[in-house]
Design a protein around this ligand. Sequence first.
Ligand SMILES: Cc1cc2nc3c(=O)[nH]c(=O)nc-3n(C[C@H](O)[C@H](O)[C@H](O)COP(=O)(O)OP(=O)(O)OC[C@H]3O[C@@H](n4cnc5c(N)ncnc54)[C@H](O)[C@@H]3O)c2cc1C
Length: 477
Amino acid sequence: MRAEIVIVGGGAAGLHVALEAAEAGTGVLLVSRKPLSESSSFWAQGGLAAALAADDSPDRHAADTLAAGRGLCRTSAVEVLTGSAPDAIERLQVRGVRFDAEPDGELALGLEGGHSARRIVHAGGSETGRVITSRLAELVAADERIEVLEGASATALWSDGSRCAGVVTDRGAIVARATVLSTGGGAALWARTTNPWGAIGAGSVLAHAGGAELADLELCQFHPTALALPGSEHDGALITEAVRGEGARLLDASGERFTDELAPRDQVTAAILDRIEADRTAQVWLDLRGLDPERFPNVFEVSRRAGLAPDSAPVPIAPAAHYLIGGVACDLDGRTTLRGLFAVGECACTGLHGANRLASNSLTECFVFGSRAARAAVDEPDRGDPPELPAWRFVPPTAATRAAVWRGAGPRRERDRLEALRDDPYPLARLIARSALARRESRGAHLRTDFPLPDPALDGVHVCVDPADELRLDRWI
Ligand SMILES: Cc1cc2nc3c(=O)[nH]c(=O)nc-3n(C[C@H](O)[C@H](O)[C@H](O)COP(=O)(O)OP(=O)(O)OC[C@H]3O[C@@H](n4cnc5c(N)ncnc54)[C@H](O)[C@@H]3O)c2cc1C
């Protein structure tokens, strides 16, 4: 098969890049392993961050992002995101996405932890991801310049290590002048996760094997409030941060509040872990009483399906792996270190999120950086005949790997457990362990019991992994 641009992954980032590239007149082939309802994008609840309120500004959004990122954000990426976020929202509206509005017609803006202003744009109450991805998928299906290869998995990049000439899938190889990875995150590598099970960091593994650099792999954000119901299929189900913006309270075993519910995620997660340890329990409680179930339909629905009664009693919660901050290292136009290869969305690592992602910046990232990557991919020159097909193929992780990643690289990391993870059969698990061992400090989402404090010498320093598995500490501008 042949395409001008091939995109791997049909979540928010992949759908958006496809539409942007097609609108620029380019033919696109979108490879999607799973149905739409299995992307993280579909599941997103809270919304998208953008400085739209009269008392808000991109500078203020940037200041909040930098503060949450704990000295590790790439400032240029933060400026791009916060400066372009309002336009990205407008573009989605032009595409027909209907966000929730106030009675006067202005967009309804929610508040989430770490934000100093109301700036979370949402849809369908807490069904933002479903509303956006459904609309974008409709547009993709209707666009003649976009062909969708559904039910196909990318199993390797068509790369000789110096350039990427397309992708190998289980339905055949595809030659393209630009290849865009939008395969989502890797938080489902951790056994306790809020993510769909396909979020196994495939993009990072494919890119690494193909010859691209990865970065920040030690940084996985743990969401403070996931349902704690061990053994139940609902264990790990996300309770959006936005409920705390509307007054939900965190309570300990004796029913007392113990932390600021609207602090950034790393802080709330650490407070919950401390309280669980002090109380010798496995969970704390989130009090949703008094909230409007219609504002958060899926939060109340999932709680009830799990046998809980959120309107009359607090629900049990504990942290779960939520967002892999690290991924395929790329510049602000999605270009990776491998010619012809781009990365967008959660599989990409621009340095935007630093050591702790500010809530609701990631959906915005898919659209802001997706537009830039689409423009760069459209301009990518044809570099002639592809190289030989590589022999390497992707092998998914086992349940044992997922358990080992949670044990070794969970919310609190012990040196010997990280060292044990270095021998895991799944390449990304090994690289997460090595990167976490290389960051000899605690910062944001990365908490090491043997180095409990941040090291100021590591401000702005990223742990990068080259294709030969060598680690390097680097500063990005
Ligand atoms: C429960 C939940 C709630 C969230 N809420 C919010 C929120 O309110 N606001 C916010 O900003 N962020 C939120 N996030 C994070 C946000 O949803 C994600 O970061 C974002 O949607 C990622 O989009 P994406 O397009 O990069 O990846 P995804 O939406 O995960 O899409 C990746 C796609 O790639 C496909 N794929 C993967 N590997 C392959 C392969 N080898 N071959 C072919 N296809 C492949 C997958 O099947 C999937 O369709 C939430 C995440 C979760 C899990």
